[in-house]
Ligand binder design. Structure first.
Ligand code: NAD
Length: 359
């Protein structure tokens, strides 16, 4: 029997987990693709674009009959109750943010694989949705800042006078931060960046930005590439360094996160008072508390003339390419876990071991 791969429509997201182009590229032997009616329409892929590649089906049919079900965010409880015991549900369950996730999934008979638990290794790079989505968010954060800034990004020499280039401070030089640096540089800004991982220094410098070092950071090589919690004494020194630079910055892009914990607060309320009127802060860490003390998640506020944008899902604002990239990641994963057109979950495999949160 051929493998049925079902794609659900997202409840609160414009993206879709698999695009027509993803299906076209699939090398999974004899797979049959089912797409929920209207699943791709908000990302720019209407049902007609899937014709000849996937069959349009009802949500109920996919939940009850598909062998693999793919989504971006987990479906609700009513949906989960309909999935049969032999199925595999692939989604982003974020168990590191919500410790009840594993317990909830254990109540159901089907298997669950979390894309955001795939190890951040070179082998799994092509399946890394955290990186592909963070990269879009970093890019969008800079465009959003430029749009809200009442000043230019690039240096301008015109007959009406010269304009100095904007100064951008990037806090956290992981995937989103590095993309924010690259985008700011392309727009002509002068960029400085902070990170606690020593490996970030060279990457920041190679993009033409200055790396601001605060000595004494804890850098744990055993943390899978992730940052670890810093001491309160270190964070206080870092906040002082941020304050000194914030008063000269036009834009601050915040991306500093510690997986499974609240984001470190690195811009205190008092720092905003020292910033230039019209400056913009885009806080991508908003959903885990924010790097700025005044950030409000999913809101844009103005304090003392400074615009503070709290948004941790900017990738949703670019649904077409975001869907294409997410789909490529998920397709690479599915190719890895199938053999001769059938599911082949090898528990000794590092990728399966890390991401199959409900076997
Ligand atoms: P993340 O979203 O968890 O955090 C963003 C950045 O914030 C990180 O660079 C982190 O070091 C930094 N940070 C945390 N606390 C900070 C503080 N107090 N001050 C300043 N910066 C702080 O990270 P991410 O973007 O998901 O990347 C995680 C790691 O995974 C990175 O090392 C990245 O290079 C690595 N990675 C590796 C691969 C691979 O194939 N080997 C692929 C993707 C990502």
């Amino acid at each position: 029997m051929s493998l049925i791969i079902g794609v659900l429509k997202e409840n609160k997201d414009k993206r879709v987990a698999i695009t027509p182009d993803n299906v076209k590229r699939s090398k999974i032997k004899d797979a049959t693709w089912w797409i929920e009616t209207g699943a791709g329409s908000e990302a720019g892929f209407n049902d007609a674009m899937y014709e000849g590649l996937a069959q349009t089906k009802s949500r109920e049919a996919i939940l009850k009959e598909a062998n693999i079900i793919v989504t971006i965010f987990p479906p609700g409880e009513t949906d989960l109750a309909q999935i049969h015991g032999e199925a595999l549900l692939i989604s982003q369950f974020r168990p590191y943010q919500d410790e009840t996730v594993n317990g909830k999934l254990a109540q159901y008979p089907f298997k669950s694989l979390s894309m955001d638990m795939i190890p951040r290794t070179t082998l799994a790079q092509a399946m890394d949705v955290l990186s592909s989505m963070a990269s879009i968010a970093g890019y969008k954060a800079v465009l959003l800042a430029a749009q809200n800034l009442p000043r230019y990004f690039p240096m301008m020499i015109t007959s009406a006078g010269s304009i100095r280039p904007a100064k951008v401070l990037v806090i956290g030089a992981g995937v989103a931060g590095l993309q924010a640096i690259a985008t700011s540089r392309k727009l002509g800004a002068i960029v400085e960046a902070f990170d606690v991982r020593s490996a970030a220094k060279e990457e920041v410098q190679s993009l033409g930005a200055k790396f601001v070092e605060v000595a004494g950071a804890t850098d744990d090589k055993g943390a899978g590439g992730y940052a670890v919690q810093q001491s309160e004494e270190y964070l206080a020194r870092q906040r002082a360094e941020v304050q000194a630079r914030a008063s000269k910055a036009d834009v601050i892009i915040c991306t500093a996160q510690v997986r499974g914990r609240k984001a470190p607060v690195l811009i205190e309320a008092d720092t905003i008072q020292h910033m230039r009127h019209g400056s913009v802060i885009v806080d991508l860490a908003a959903s885990t508390g924010g790097n700025c003390a005044l950030t409000e998640n999913d809101k844009t506020i103005k304090v003392n003339g400074v615009t503070i944008i709290g948004n941790s899902s900017l990738e949703c604002e670019m649904p077409e390419d975001a869907s294409q990239m997410y789909g490529n990641n998920i397709l690479n994963l599915m190719t890895h876990i199938t053999k001769e057109g059938q599911l082949n979950l090898r528990m000794e495999d590092e990728i399966v071991k890390g991401s199959l949160i409900k076997p």
